[in-house]
Design a protein around this ligand. Structure first.
Ligand SMILES: NC(=O)C1=CN([C@@H]2O[C@H](COP(=O)(O)OP(=O)(O)OC[C@H]3O[C@@H](n4cnc5c(N)ncnc54)[C@H](OP(=O)(O)O)[C@@H]3O)[C@@H](O)[C@H]2O)C=CC1
Ligand SMILES: O=C(O)[C@@H]1CCC=N1
Length: 268
């Protein structure tokens, strides 16, 4: 199998590192290209044993999958590179937020099978939760799902649900990291120094993540197990509710989903 990544940035590298670590593909089956030759992409060649090329003929020759992993704004340039050399057998898989299948088809001028996936950077530790949607003519969906499950779990969705999945899980871990950042800053306001605040927050997050992984209890029960009647936790939770935590999170997710929708309209 030959898998070619157009774009070797944060998302692409999380995917191919996840795939290689899980041994679902050999490094020699992966080909990387980017806009400009850089140290970062050569680092992947030297350390992982993947191929790097800027020759589109070589990249696209006999390719099974082409992964579109540039920013949506760079896609017209990427499409120009791919269009002349795309073979009929090659399946296109896009990770780009907000770029619709019909747009990819139009830019590449192709009837080839196209899938859109919305992973997240937790792919690097095989814990992405990824949405996937296919064009009608996509063959051997199981093979793509198997590849994707090497870096996490997948949910098959209709294309119009992509906006919400992009907000929920594509962007979702950034929202959580931002909350952890603010938590550490708030610990500094309580009086901890920066090192202590980061140490405490990091270990709190790791421990909570492991509890979620290992325990069968729902989030609400895990919370209740910490909350004494009239105790400190209850006081803190009342303050969180009073400040409108639910409203804040709903606004966050709506803003991200709306931006995905806007991106999809930019190119109509
Ligand atoms: N980061 C994330 O968590 C997620 C990102 N996504 C999607 O993944 C895509 C990539 O995001 P991310 O990895 O964060 O972005 P990065 O900026 O980290 O990577 C973008 C990559 O695209 C390459 N590129 C740009 N133009 C071209 C070109 N003409 N030909 C070939 N390669 C090109 C860049 O090369 P160079 O470095 O040389 O400029 C770079 O390697 C986006 O569309 C985003 O919507 C989806 C889910 C989650
Ligand atoms: O911010 C973005 O647009 C991309 C899509 C999901 C995560 N990062």
């Amino acid at each position: 199998m030959k898998i070619v990544f157009y774009g070797a940035g944060n998302m692409a590298s999380a995917i191919f590192i996840g795939m290689i670590e899980n041994r679902v593909v050999e490094p020699e089956q992966i080909y990387l290209t980017s806009r400009s030759q850089q140290e970062k992409i050569m680092f992947f060649k030297e350390n992982l044993g993947v191929n790097v090329s800027y020759d589109d003929t070589e990249l696209l020759d006999d390719a099974d999958y082409v992964i579109l992993a540039s920013k949506p704004q760079s896609f017209p340039d990427v499409a120009k590179r791919i269009r002349p050399y795309l073979e009929e057998k090659t399946k296109i898989v896009s990770v780009m937020a907000g770029t619709q299948i019909k747009t990819i088809r139009r830019e590449l001028r192709t009837e080839n099978p196209i899938a859109r996936i919305m992973p997240n950077t937790n792919a690097m530790v095989q814990h992405s939760v990824s949405g996937i949607t296919y064009s009608r003519n996509f063959p051997d969906k199981d093979q793509l799902v198997e590849l994707m499950e090497s870096f996490g779990t997948t949910v098959v969705i209709e294309e119009d649900v992509m906006h919400n999945i992009t907000a929920a899980t594509g962007s979702g871990s950034a929202f959580l990291y931002y909350i952890y950042e603010k938590y550490a800053e708030s610990l500094m306001e309580l009086g901890f120094d920066e090192e202590e605040a980061l140490f405490l927050t990091r270990n709190l997050v790791i421990g909570a993540g492991k509890m979620v992984e290992d325990s069968e209890l729902p989030f609400s029960q895990l919370r209740k197990n910490i909350t004494s009647k009239n105790g400190t936790t209850e006081a803190g939770l009342d303050a969180l509710d009073g400040e409108g935590i639910k409203r804040i999170l709903t606004a966050t997710l709506n803003a991200a989903a709306n931006r995905s929708e806007e991106l999809s309209k930019d190119d109509e």
